[in-house]
Design a binder for this molecule. Structure first.
Ligand code: TEU
Length: 553
């Protein structure tokens, strides 16, 4: 399996990227039109979240046809043109394959509903009484994970929305079908694949209720998941391509196995533990300040553990499901937005793994903080607003939770210029663009050589030039302050030390001895650099980078 550690992936949420048809939603020609922008930034791959025909209940993660393009995004011809235009610029296209479930509008599910036994066996249909679901499992979007179909006198499993029915991977026919879908896209020239919640595909042999949780312990990293993934990769012939599995509530040991080349499974994995350090008691809907010692422990455990086990991690702070990291790690309400954005960027490009940029990271987009619940669109947000209301929470408190947690935070259309709709669309955008985004537009960022955008561009180039950043060992360093995280990368005689502050006060970072053989890279400083005497000290949310002289940009 090739080593992807010097590659950089840029994630596009096409609906919110660029609209060429004045519909208010982005499309594939919009992506083609921005390829020069992406080539200039220096990325190697673009990952498109699903663009397949879909009723759109979960914005495309409810797929109704795996081998076509939803007309709202364009045509198959547009995708072919995107692949070709990307190739001319050295950019590969990664598609997002959602195989844990299909939309209930998918022909397979429709045939199942019509009672066809072949297709009933494509899903998890279980006979039973209308009042008693097979288990007490909960959907990840809230409410029970089972839906009753009176006509069939059966329940079907849906770990997400009720319109997203889980596929039965124990059925060999299902495994053949999905492998064939991947082969079909690969033949069209697709360079890689992201597999949505792929560690949930293997369900337990028996349906058992969970007396101590929501059921996830029974189906997360389930009994045959490694075999099924290895089989899929082999059959589809994608062992040499960039493959990344999205792993829900997983463990380090499992991710080592999914991504160690010897397992012949995936090139890398996403995990989310580092983005739950602001969940009170692990509850996404209970907001608390980020726990930085916990973040340090997680980053160090995963970075060092993946290295020790020969696994590979996707490095990311944002995606289409997450509130923007620069807002969630900011305890001051926006005062240090630029500093935090720069600090997160440096961390992304100096850790071990494969860096992923999510659209708008390079512009420093914050959460939009809409003023009303009616501004939010996401199915998960709307479900939870209802659930929180049923639990007796006040409207103001619900709005505050949704503002902090909604997946729409990451889905706001990209501001390309400072016009009323920010150059995203000539129509009203499907999700409102807050006026403040006008100042953060891409055109202005590219004109300003000191902008965050240029830092991203510099970091991409810098990482590609130095093996210490791609192949080097990683070790977390002892810190003098609970809100500091520091680590070193080493490769032969080369060494880089990164010291970061995650708080809005001055902090004492690490002992000066850790950097006494290195010199500081001053080009990316976000605040005056305190002299290094006994310790390396940090201004609010500052990042300081020290490196062997030959590594300086
Ligand atoms: O997300 C998986 C997933 O579980 C989440 O990130 C989810 O949004 C969060 O845990 C809820 O709190 C993937 C996709 O990225 C997401 O957009 C889809 O909605 C989901 O799978 C279902 O396909």
């Amino acid at each position: 399996m090739p080593d992807f550690s010097s590659s950089v992936v840029y994630q596009i949420y096409p609906r919110s990227f660029a609209d060429t048809t004045a519909t208010g939603t982005g499309d594939l020609p919009g992506v083609i039109g921005k390829l020069d922008y992406l080539a200039d930034l220096g990325v190697d791959y673009v990952w498109l979240t699903p663009v397949f025909p879909s009723p759109g209940i979960d914005n495309g993660y409810d797929v109704a046809d795996y081998c076509a393009i939803d007309p709202q995004f364009g045509t198959l011809d547009d995708l072919d043109r995107l692949i070709a235009a990307g190739r001319e610029r050295g950019i590969g296209v990664i598609l997002d394959m959602v195989f844990n479930h299909t939309s209930t509008s998918h022909p397979w599910f429709r045939r199942a509903l019509a009672g066809d036994p072949t297709y009933l066996d494509y899903y998890h249909f279980v006979e039973g009484s209308p009042t008693k679901p097979p288990t007490n499992w909960q959907s990840k979007f809230g409410g029970p994970a089972w839906e009753y179909v009176p006509k069939l006198k059966r329940w079907y499993l849906h770990l997400f929305d009720r319109t997203q029915a889980d596929l039965n991977w124990d059925n060999p026919a299902v495994r053949r079908e999905v492998a064939e879908v991947v082969r079909w896209w690969k033949r069209r020239g697709v360079a890689g694949f992201r597999f949505d919640v792929v560690n949930l595909i293997s369900k337990p042999e028996h349906w058992i209720s969970d007396d101590s949780g929501d059921g996830r312990r029974f189906y997360t990293d389930g009994p045959h998941v490694h075999d099924y993934i290895a089989e899929l990769v082999d059959r589809a012939g994608i062992g040499e391509d960039l493959t990344v599995g999205e792993m829900s509530s997983t463990s380090l040991e499992e991710c080592v196995r999914y991504s160690n080349p010897q397992s012949h499974e995936l090139a890398m994995t996403f995990n989310f533990h580092h983005l739950k350090v602001d969940y009170a008691d692990g509850d996404k809907w209970a907001v608390c300040a980020p726990d930085i010692p916990r973040l340090r422990e997680l980053l160090s455990t995963w970075q060092q553990g993946m290295a020790a086990g020969g696994g590979c991690q996707a490095l990311f702070w944002n995606n289409h499901d997450q509130p923007r990291a620069l807002t969630r790690f900011d305890t001051t309400g926006g005062a240090y937005r630029d500093q935090i954005a720069r600090m997160l960027a440096v961390v992304t490009f100096t850790m071990r793994g494969v860096p992923f940029i999510y659209q708008g990271d390079e512009l420093g987009l914050p959460d939009p903080c809409y003023g009303s619940l009616s501004d939010y669109r996401d199915v998960e947000s709307l479900n939870y607003a209802r659930i929180l209301r049923e639990r007796g929470m006040s409207d103001d408190d619900i709005l505050a939770v949704i503002q902090a947690r909604s997946r729409d935070n990451g889905r706001v259309p990209v501001p390309w210029d400072d016009t009323a709709t920010c150059g995203f669309s000539e129509a009203t955008p499907w999700l409102a663009i807050p006026p403040s985004f006008r100042q953060l537009n891409a055109a202005a960022a590219r004109r300003d050589p000191t902008s965050l955008w240029h830092l991203y561009r510099d970091l991409i180039r810098w990482r590609k030039r130095h093996r210490v950043l791609t192949e080097g060992d990683v070790r977390f360093l002892p810190v003098r302050d609970a809100d500091v995280i520091a680590y070193e990368r080493t490769h032969g005689t080369h060494r880089v030390v990164v010291v970061t502050s995650w708080c809005a006060r001055q902090a004492t970072g690490i002992d000066a001895a850790e950097v006494d053989d290195l010199s500081e890279i001053t080009a990316w400083a976000t605040a005056p650099l305190a002299a290094v005497t006994e310790t390396v000290d940090l201004a609010p949310y500052q990042v300081r980078v020290f490196a062997t002289a030959s590594l300086h940009p």
